[in-house]
Design a protein around this ligand. Structure first.
Ligand SMILES: [Zn+2]
Ligand SMILES: [Zn+2]
Length: 366
């Protein structure tokens, strides 16, 4: 099969690899139909995630069709259409019993990280019974790729942890795909205002179309002063951090109203200051979380009912053969106006074409 393989920082290639097979009774093998690239994959390419070793097939998001199941898999059978969760979970360990699938003692985020991932024609999914979700008939499968990771991440880590309330004010720092996923799902709770803050004018335009009541371009506006103006001087009740650098986490601390919540989503690679000299008396809560994907079934229902229009986040399409171009586009997201790129596993390829493509496309990411 064809697969996108990591060869150390800055190097990936589309290569021929053995098709995965069942290794444990709880496994399933899925033929990928659609997958995508995540900001986390770009972190891996930069060498920020050293546990990803050379030869690893990347990707932790996707939808597909079950081709085989181990003898212990009871919820899925050959031919079922499924969403693959970015989090693998056994459903039985102490963390899974608490709904904290992200910390499963035999799973968590392992796809495209510690085991081979979804940017391929086929993928092996351990603990299939708890790590896959059935796709109801008649749904547009493409938009459901966003249920693997970014929608549950924006919702669980941002909206749920930030306790977004009707009539209150939400500020979201970062208007990339994850911040936008929080913006879309925060609207389940009818907050009075959702203020989006970013440095990219295009992403703020998108945010306005997706329901932001106010946008702040912090490259030339003072975000703290503007949020004060928009909140009668109080600040925001929920502040969601969707970037993952020290400056944005610090900014959140100056935007939150007394009694408010700061919900961190960002993946932080460096320590950040905590302004306890001010915040000690402000009755605030700070939360962190790795997505557990426990809300995926609920989010799937909201998409099926057309309450959540996930497809809005999709901006580009590529075939698996062109996945290097997909990486190039996604790595220049601002310039290319890219949010989520969909990669389709097109099966019409002949063996000759596959062979010709075998040695192609080492691509560098800046
Ligand atoms: Zn991801
Ligand atoms: Zn578990």
């Amino acid at each position: 099969m064809k697969a996108l393989v990591y060869h150390g920082p800055g190097k990936i290639a589309l290569e021929e690899r053995p098709t995965p097979s069942i290794e444990k009774a709880t496994d399933a093998v899925i033929r990928i139909t659609k997958t995508t690239i995540c900001g986390t994959d770009l972190h891996i390419l930069k060498g920020d995630v050293p546990e990803v070793t050379e030869g690893r097939i990347l990707g932790h998001e996707g939808v597909g069709v079950v081709v085989s199941t181990g003898s212990a898999v009871t919820n899925f059978k050959k031919g079922d259409h499924v969403i693959i969760s970015c989090i693998t979970s056994c459903g039985k360990c102490r963390y899974c019993k608490q709904g904290m699938y992200s910390h499963c003692t035999d799973g968590g985020w392992i796809l495209g990280h510690l085991i081979d991932g979804t940017q391929a024609q086929y993928v092996r999914i351990p603990h299939a019974d708890n790590s896959l979700y059935h796709i109801p008939e008649g749904l547009d499968e493409e938009a459901l790729v966003l249920l693997s990771d970014i929608l549950p991440t924006g919702f669980e880590c941002g909206v749920l942890n930030g306790q977004v309330q009707p009539g209150e004010i939400v500020a979201i720092v970062g208007s990339g795909p994850i911040g936008l996923a929080s913006l879309l799902t925060a609207q389940f709770y009818s907050p009075a205002k959702i203020i989006m803050i970013d440095v990219d004018a295009n992403r703020l335009d998108v945010a306005s179309k997706f329901g932001a009541t106010d946008t702040i371009n912090s490259s030339y506006e003072n975000a703290v002063e503007r949020v004060k103006e928009l909140t009668e001087g109080f600040g925001a009740n929920t502040v969601i951090e969707a970037v993952g650098v020290p400056q944005t986490f610090e900014l959140c601390q100056f935007l939150v109203a007394p009694g408010g919540r700061i919900a961190n989503i960002g993946v932080h690679g460096a320590k950040a200051d905590l302004h306890l000299e001010t915040l000690w008396a402000h009755n605030i809560t700070i939360t962190t979380r790795l997505v557990d994907t426990v809300t995926t079934p609920m989010l799937l229902k909201t998409i099926a009912a057309k309450k959540l229009k996930a497809e809005q986040l999709i901006t580009h399409h590529f075939s698996l053969n062109n996945i290097s171009n997909a990486y190039n586009t996604f790595s220049k997201a601002a310039e290319q106006r890219a949010l989520k790129v969909i990669i389709t596993n097109d099966e019409k390829l002949t063996h000759e074409v596959e062979h010709a493509n075998r040695k192609t496309s080492l691509v560098g990411v800046d």
